[in-house]
Unconditional design. Structure first.
Lengths: 439, 314
């Protein structure tokens, strides 16, 4: 049964395009390792990792090539074994140019000696699990890439969190990577959830899955153990946003400007839990992830891809682009980044690659007709049209007073706007101004 | 330059556009217009056509004269023209819909900045100006003659609102619309069909019509000591149904928040009750109730400003 509790507002972008149908029932396939990988040092939120290898050096699979800098940071590991060609820069999906290590694959897939299965997982304490998450470079695979060890380390938190919220909603159209992981690796996810419960000292975990993925709900329910609830949620974008999910699963509202900890919750993505399980049990660092490749490609599918694989290599494996591609999108159609070229590496936070056509090209904007649709769909209860009008009159203080900084940039308002106005974009401008004023 | 478009998210847009919304409104008004022509003859059709043509042409003219992008393609001028014609008796001289549309588009819409910027409903404002300027003509209604397209000569008839005391009409007549009245307001069945379409297409929400009709009916019930017949008679008389579903719901002159819409609807209902109850004046006050609330709309929106999701008590 779906829970009746959900946030107000939201949209149904699944109705546009072919949605998830193209890839939802296909098994995850392993992508062939490419001949060369480019591994960025920035694949997570927080401080960039510092490169610790030199050109010419031979590295093993799973060897640390970038060291975490500070607490909110994560190490980066080699995703293939081979020779470091160069330490250089590369462009990542959000447009930043960041340091990167280029490795030529020797196709031996030689694991580093640091990668060892754990003998006795049950004997591990909370601190040890947190340490493994940290050393294996586990970050949030939902897209934000927040280092998981920071979330799991609840020692200093007061009040102590009491609920582990697991995000399996995957509310973005087209993307089915979490869906397939939930169906195919349910036991591994549940294992990861149990490890996270142990690490955080939380007794109650709730997994939220949208009700358009009932096979995933069934698989997780079958694997779930005591203290873990699997809850089907109404399929509605942005159900998978942290604040919306916490509200749906616990009835608690995260105050504006606060983190989930304020309502005693820790939020993890399902794929992150699976990666945590692999890290703890097998000692495997995070060097691959499942990526949905959909839209105008010859063979839409879900592939398990090594971090650092370029989009070009990835597309070769799905038969390349088909006709009419106007936009290349890394991540979801609602939240992802449009990228100018295929010369980009897959990173830890890279959930999907979409090639979209005319459906992703917006019509010319016209005057706001004050229809109020943006107000109706805004999950944060804002008035996007009002913020938009204020920003266009350079009244940033007014826009901030109207709550622009509470905008999560989910894009629902821009999606629904019949006048095709960039409402989310105006909120972004107001948020950027607010940030610059603060500093 | 990359051959791929780079823009910020979201990358998908809903199919609904301003043009489609306005076309939906036109579709929703069609049944009432068709019945209006069947009831009041060819004059009704001519008045509708003249009002729409004048509205579209004045918007085209304004855009050209003001050197701004031609916005007539969004169909909002068509909506204004149709609405105005629906609010006119079929007996008015042919220049009247033209003058009305010009007033509506130029004076009440375009000079404030066009679609979305008008603070009052243009069609209603134009109707009010016509009603105040040519009260005699605007209060002369033709007797309905269903299917007689030649129409009936102008006769000063009692309208349901003015004739309520005598109870001149049956409730069935009020529903079917074979009563004297303006072109588009009399057939409640046709109007409700259109309203259902607007609600189904999510062009309008239930808030304003329900609050408007509900508060008006509630007041009337209480005032008449729960006289259900008299209350239904009032609800189905005059322009209330047309006003509540098609005019009070005008986007730019009503609040955008749900709470604001309910207050707006309540205000309309209470004003109309105050205007109508116990009065014998034949003028149709529904337009004035809505117009007054139109002016109050920005204030309502300000005091009902949306409450954000994370605004919690500390």
């Amino acid at each position: 049964m779906a829970t009746t509790q959900t946030f107000g507002g939201g949209v149904h972008p699944h109705e546009i395009g072919n949605g998830k149908t193209a890839t939802r029932s296909q098994l995850i396939a392993n992508a062939a390792a490419p001949a060369r990988v480019t591994i960025p040092m920035v694949q997570h939120a927080g401080a960039p990792a510092l490169c610790c290898v030199k050109a010419g050096q031979i590295v093993n699979m799973g060897q640390v090539i970038g060291e975490a800098q500070g607490v909110v940071s994560a190490p980066v590991h080699a995703s293939v074994s081979g020779k470091v060609v160069s330490v250089t820069n590369c462009v990542i999906a959000d447009g930043r140019t960041v340091p990167a290590v280029v490795i030529d694959n020797d196709f031996e897939d030689r694991w580093d000696e640091s990668v060892k299965p754990c003998e006795n997982v049950d004997a591990l304490g909370a601190e040890e699990i947190v340490a493994i998450a940290s050393s294996c470079g586990i970050v949030g695979l939902g897209g934000a890439g927040f280092p998981t060890h920071v979330k799991l380390n609840t020692v200093k938190l007061d009040p102590k969190p009491d609920t582990l919220v697991i995000n399996g909603s995957e509310c973005e159209p087209y993307i089915t990577s979490d869906h397939r992981v939930m169906v195919e690796c349910a036991a591994q996810i549940i294992d990861g959830v149990r490890l996270a419960m142990k690490a955080t000292g939380i007794k109650c975990a709730r997994i939220g899955v949208e009700d358009n993925k009932m096979d995933a709900v069934e698989a997780l329910k079958a694997a779930a153990t005591e203290g873990i609830d699997v809850v089907a949620l109404p399929a509605k974008y942005p159900q998978g946003f942290e604040k919306m999910l916490i509200y749906a699963l616990t009835g608690r509202k995260v105050p504006n400007g606060a983190l989930p900890g304020a309502v005693q919750c820790v939020v993890l993505n399902v794929a992150t839990c699976a990666a945590l399980s692999a890290a703890v049990r097998e000692g495997k660092p995070l060097i691959e992830r499942v990526v949905t490749i959909a839209g105008r490609v010859a063979n839409p599918c879900n592939l398990r891809v090594r971090v650092g694989t370029s989009l070009m290599d990835l597309l070769d494996q799905v038969g390349g682009l088909t006709d009419g591609v106007r936009k290349l999108i890394v991540g979801g159609a609602m939240m992802g980044n449009a990228v100018p070229s295929l010369n980009l590496p897959v990173t830890k936070t890279f959930g999907a690659f979409l090639a979209l056509g005319e459906e992703a090209v917006s019509a010319e904007e016209s005057a706001c007709i004050r229809c109020g649709r943006c107000v109706r769909v805004c999950p944060m209860g804002l008035m996007p049209a009002k913020i938009d009008a204020l920003v266009r009159h350079d009244n940033y203080d007014g826009a901030i007073a109207a709550g622009a900084t509470n905008c999560m940039e989910c894009g629902s308002c821009t999606y629904i706007c019949p006048a095709k106005r960039g409402l989310t974009q105006s909120c972004r401008i107001a948020k950027a101004i607010a940030r610059s004023k603060k500093s | 330059m990359s051959k791929y478009i780079v823009s910020s998210s979201p990358h998908l847009r809903d199919h609904v556009s301003t043009r489609r919304i306005m076309q939906d409104v036109c579709i929703a008004m069609l049944p009432a217009c068709i019945v209006g022509v069947l009831l009041y003859g060819y004059r009704a059709a001519v008045i509708l056509a003249l009002a729409v043509a004048a509205a579209v042409l004045s918007e085209k003219f304004y855009c050209k004269a003001a050197h701004v992008k031609d916005t007539t393609g969004d169909f909002s001028a068509v909506v204004t023209g149709m609405l105005l014609a629906m609010n006119l008796p079929s007996t008015v001289p042919y220049w009247m819909p033209v003058v009305g549309s010009v007033i509506a588009i130029l004076l009440c819409k375009m000079i404030f900045g066009g679609i979305g910027k008008n603070f009052i409903n243009p069609a209603l404002a134009a109707r009010a100006i016509l009603a105040l300027s040519w009260a005699n003509v605007m209060n002369t209604f033709a007797e309905p003659a269903f299917g007689n397209l030649a129409g009936v000569d102008a006769v000063a008839s009692v309208t349901p609102v003015s004739g309520v005391a005598s109870g001149s009409f049956t409730l069935t007549q009020l529903m079917l619309g074979n009563i004297p009245g303006t072109i588009g307001e009399t057939c409640k069945i046709a109007l409700l069909v259109g309203a259902a379409y607007l609600l189904y297409r999510q062009v309008i929400s239930w808030h304003i019509p329900v609050a408007f009709i509900g508060s008006f009916a509630a007041c009337y019930l209480i005032a008449t000591g729960f006289d259900v017949h008299a209350t239904l008679y009032q609800v189905l008389s005059g322009g209330l149904i047309l006003g509540a579903f098609f005019m009070a719901t005008d986007y730019s002159s009503s609040p955008a928040t749900a709470k604001g819409k309910i207050i707006f609807g309540l205000g309309c209902g209470l004003l109309l009750f105050w205007f109508r109850y116990g009065k014998k004046t034949p003028a149709e006050w529904c337009s004035f109730a809505i117009l007054l609330m139109n002016v109050a709309s920005p204030l309502i929106e300000r005091v009902t400003g949306a409450k954000s999701f994370g605004e919690v008590k500390k």
